[in-house]
Design a protein around this ligand. Structure first.
Ligand SMILES: [Zn+2]
Length: 397
């Protein structure tokens, strides 16, 4: 498959622009997109000569910023009340669900996602179709099946591996499916009977083997970890991000700072479970203490300087795709500075995903852009109102 043709150049204008790095907004801004890349981002007065020959798109009252990044999604799942039942049985049906959910993400301004768990290659395949221009959706960095132990969390979105050698084999099997990162289930989970959410799943030698093998092959590692014991073990093994991290103690926060790992809190996951009218009671009972601890843990982590990335866990109960702007609002409500929260959903997340030029607006970066209706720095809910989305310089919304 060959990629789509190069789009025509265009200038976007708005009263403000955020470049995604966390620096304050640029006023009276212009963004020149040329050849699928950013040719200029800054004050309109500084537009390069010749920019006037390019068509102009004016967005009064809006904010120009990088396309949003959701660092934790499950494209094969659609947010029904029971995750296990929501994932279609057939591979073809799962792939079709992933295509539909990719479109939903794009409609909400999301131009890059990391898929952290599918039964097979579904999300990676959708990502390839997006790159070829055959399917509308965000770019996808996919993990393939989550690596989980016998009796562990989400076996229906994963592959079972027990023992250090099996961990290495699981990494290689995912690589063969097109994975660009690895997801490991380091503790129990709220949605699965079996090991309790707060208890560690894998041993240290198992986690060490998985991370060593993944990094050796150029893949990053995301660890699902709810309790502090599993968080610490995963961080000691050298994972690149902790997913959920609901119970964090001082030792865990210290390990984050020492290793540089990012925290992807996924506030929307417990929010969907606790607010979902049809979610089973036993799941709500397991989610409640974790949700309460999450608020304290996140506040402590960001206060200590742990870098946050925005991940929604989209696809889990009552958590449909496209919610990353709401996740960002939760992060702000729970103590993260507004500009750092925007960074968490743009530059910080794109860097974690290994595609840093898809999270910033600066000369030479990919022309993935969202235009939000309002002043994002003053009102974070403006992120929930996309008025235009550009991907590789082409308007897609
Ligand atoms: Zn997940």
């Amino acid at each position: 498959m060959t990629g789509p043709a190069t789009p025509d150049p265009v200038v976007l204008r708005a009263p403000r622009l955020l470049d995604g790095t966390g620096t304050p907004p640029v006023g009276d801004a212009a963004l020149l997109l040329e050849g699928g890349r950013v040719a200029y981002a800054g004050p309109a007065a500084g537009l390069p000569e010749g920019g006037w020959r390019v068509p102009d798109l004016d967005f009064p009252g809006a904010t120009i910023l990088p396309g949003l990044v959701d660092a934790h999604v499950h494209l094969v799942a659609s947010g029904g009340p029971d995750l296990a039942a929501d994932v279609p049985r057939g591979e073809a049906e799962r792939t079709l669900a992933a295509v539909a959910n990719a479109r939903r993400q794009l409609d909400h301004g999301v131009t890059l996602v990391r898929d952290l768990g599918a039964p097979g290659a579904e999300a990676a395949l959708v990502g390839r179709a997006v790159e070829a221009g055959a399917v509308a959706g965000p770019r996808v960095v996919a993990s393939g099946p989550a690596v989980t132990m016998t009796g562990g969390h989400i076996p229906y979105l994963g592959r079972i591996a027990d023992g250090p050698d099996a961990m290495r084999t699981a990494v290689r099997a995912n690589l063969a499916l097109g994975a660009r990162c690895i997801k490991v289930v380091a503790t129990g989970g709220v949605l699965t009977m079996g090991v309790a959410p707060r208890e560690p799943a894998y041993t240290q030698p198992e986690l060490d083997a998985l991370v060593d093998e993944a990094h050796r092959l150029g893949l990053t590692v995301a660890a699902h970890a709810i309790g502090e014991g599993g968080v610490a073990a995963a961080l000691r093994a050298g994972v690149d991000s902790i997913e959920h991290g609901m119970f964090l103690d001082e030792a865990a926060i210290e390990l984050f700072l020492r290793t540089g790992a990012r925290l992807s809190a996924t506030f929307l996951a417990p929010h969907g479970i606790l607010g979902g009218p049809s979610v089973p009671g036993w799941i709500k009972d397991r989610a409640r203490p974790a949700a309460e601890a999450q608020v304290r843990s996140f506040r402590a982590a960001v206060k200590a300087g742990v870098p946050a990335v925005a991940g929604t866990d989209a696809g889990t109960p009552d958590n449909p795709h496209g919610g990353v702007a709401r996740e960002v609002a939760f992060m702000v409500d729970n103590g993260l500075d507004v500009l750092l929260a925007v960074r968490a959903a743009t530059a910080e997340a794109a860097d974690l995903l290994g595609v840093p030029d898809r999270g910033v607006l600066r000369r030479g970066a990919a022309a993935d852009v969202m235009v939000a209706d309002g002043d994002v720095a003053a009102d974070i809910t403006a992120l929930q109102r996309p008025v235009a989305v550009f991907q590789d310089g082409r308007r897609v919304v």
